[in-house]
Ligand binder design. Sequence first.
Ligand SMILES: *Cc1c(COP(=O)(O)O)cnc(C)c1O
Length: 383
Amino acid sequence: MNQAAPLSPIPFIDLGAQRRRIGAQMDEAILRVVNHGAYVMGPEVPALEKALGEFCGAKEVVSCASGDDALLLILMAKQLKPGDAVLCPAFTFASTASVIVRAGGTPVFIDVHAETFNADSRSLLQGIKSAKELGLNPVGVIPVDLFGQAADYDAIEPICAEHGLWMLSDAAQSFGGTYKQRKIGTIGFATATSFFPAKPLGAYGDGGAIFTDDADLAVVLRSLRIHGQNVEDKYNNLRVGMTGRLDTIQAAVLLQKLAIFQDEIEARNRIAARYNAGLADIVDVPVIPDGLVSTWAQYTIRLRGADRTEIAAKLKAQGIPTAIYYPKPLHQQTAYKPYPIAGNGLPVSDRLANEVLSLPMHPYLEDAVQDRIIDSLRSSLAG
Ligand SMILES: *Cc1c(COP(=O)(O)O)cnc(C)c1O
């Protein structure tokens, strides 16, 4: 009788739970698009852009095909010149740096804070110096709001002002969050986000958006995302652009999800607080500075010297998936090794890559399931 049944596997992100909540409206919204037939730039696209602007307070919203395209379109509008350096953290997703290269610039990698995983302003200063020593011209910085938590903007903005750099916010993981009364989407000259399904606000496929208060920039971005077109004279392209539109069906999906997004952010914060309470004495739990609201794109702990491979294997054996974001910082990856770094090394990024472990996190994680995760991690660490 007491033979322990194998515990059912827990999903890392449970997209099905959200479907059970809004599936019916969602199906109707998708079917409306299928039936009206405006699959490209249909009415849901401007409706979503308007709703996103109302949600975060940005004056202009330009939706696009992915977070990667959002960053790239902004940098295309910036018209980087050879030798222009753009600083970004090494501990991030590849997209942050790849767009700099594709837009014609040179990424310069900087280090991050161990406690927040986000760009360290001291390393930014060092990176500006290193770039100049190499004969590069530092023009901008792309701070990343990693795992849903805003970067240290109060420290970064004055450095940008002093050194004449623009600041573009990579908010692919943090849209919906807040930085000291400022909503994500209103920081920097522009903000890019992603609607990849696993992001806090995810579509049923790829999607992204750009937020800015600069109306002239928005005109250029809207042109660039449709091949560089001239709105008045379609076949006299004004600039070299790309196919960067958001599909109408994805806009319809996102409109439904946006309606419950604030509620989901609150649920994510409640779940993160429960993790913190259950784990803070045995691992390093994420530190959210005062005045910030994270969207908890990931709940990432640091193991205090424990063998990560072994712990992850023990959890897996108990049906608990984990993930490593990111096992290799960009400056250690084959494609990005040729690019400069701040100073002589990025020791915190290197260390984090070996210590971090992300636990299941989504707004529908039930207390009992979360307790199972916490208990399993505690017993795995105990031996
Ligand atoms: C996901 C992500 C991107 C790219 O977004 P896609 O929609 O996948 O192209 C860029 N930067 C960061 C930090 C991300 O996490």
